[in-house]
Write a protein that binds this ligand. Structure first.
Ligand code: ATP
Ligand code: MG
Length: 241
């Protein structure tokens, strides 16, 4: 993962701040044991149900997400009928174009957010708040990974259902999203694809049932408890073998 990020940094896809954010993520990955835990599986099922029942779902892609998981994104878009939009915290046209190109190399047919980021999310200043009027601006459901808390909150204020992939269950993004997948994007993305390819055959009522039964506060609490119990077990085994 580090090598991929450093390479992407050299290619101008990842910004230096992205490398720091990755280190923060690695720390939380240690705490969950570097595997997809039960509460993340539950969040992934709810996320897929939300994407499949949305009118206008959009997958938002930034530099780190592209560097780590570009190969899965076109398949997830295909399986859920979602649009793909490049959306950057540190936006430059050049970087957006490079990320779009990478996604197209992996099979994306249409990538929004390069020359069409002309609409602004209320409450966010230019260029941080610029999105495509055909994509995130119009979306009812948005999937984000490694997103900033302010932007997550601004999207929620616009009435969108926000799905976040974020290893830190304590980040503002994790706390504010409607559905938080506490997992590494390298594991969560392929699992989202697999789950979407299964659940797309389900009747709409069954998908809506999954969504209605989902409670993000409970799932986040389970993640935090999981970490706490795991750390206690590790401490016990140090003391008592
Ligand atoms: P917030 O703005 O939400 O309060 P933050 O400022 O710590 O949080 P950002 O830099 O805005 O975080 O977003 C990056 C987030 O992505 C962090 O919470 C980090 O833990 C998480 N993260 C980093 N690498 C990965 C990864 N590979 N997979 C999933 N999440 C990751
Ligand atoms: Mg932040």
């Amino acid at each position: 993962m580090r090598e991929r990020l450093v390479e992407a940094f050299r290619e101008g896809i990842v910004v230096p701040q992205g490398l720091i954010a990755h280190g923060r993520g690695e720390c939380f990955d240690y705490l969950i044991g570097e595997e997809t835990i039960g509460p993340a599986v539950e969040a992934i099922r709810a996320a897929v149900a939300a994407l499949l029942t949305a009118r206008h779902p959009v997958i938002s892609v930034n530099g780190n997400t592209a560097a780590l998981a570009a190969e899965h994104i076109p398949r997830l878009a295909e399986a859920t009928g979602a649009l793909i939009e490049v959306n950057l915290f540190y936006r430059t046209r050049e970087r957006a174009e490079k990320i779009a190109e990478l996604l197209r190399r992996h099979g994306a047919r249409r990538v929004l957010g390069v020359d069409d980021a002309t609409a602004r999310i209320p409450g966010l200043e230019h260029p941080r708040g610029m999105v495509s009027p055909e994509g995130i601006y119009k979306a009812d459901v948005v999937l984000l990974a490694l997103e900033d808390g302010d932007r997550t909150e601004a999207l929620r204020r616009m009435g969108k259902l926000v799905i976040a992939i974020d290893l830190n269950p304590l980040s503002r993004t994790a706390q504010k999203a409607d559905i938080t997948i506490v997992d590494n994007v390298v594991r969560a993305m392929p699992l989202l694809v697999k789950t979407a390819e299964e659940m797309r055959k389900w009747p709409r009522e069954k998908l809506l049932e999954v969504l209605e039964g989902y409670d993000n506060r409970r799932v986040l609490a389970e993640v935090i408890r999981y970490i706490g119990e795991r750390l206690n077990r590790l401490a016990e085994s140090l003391l008592h073998g």
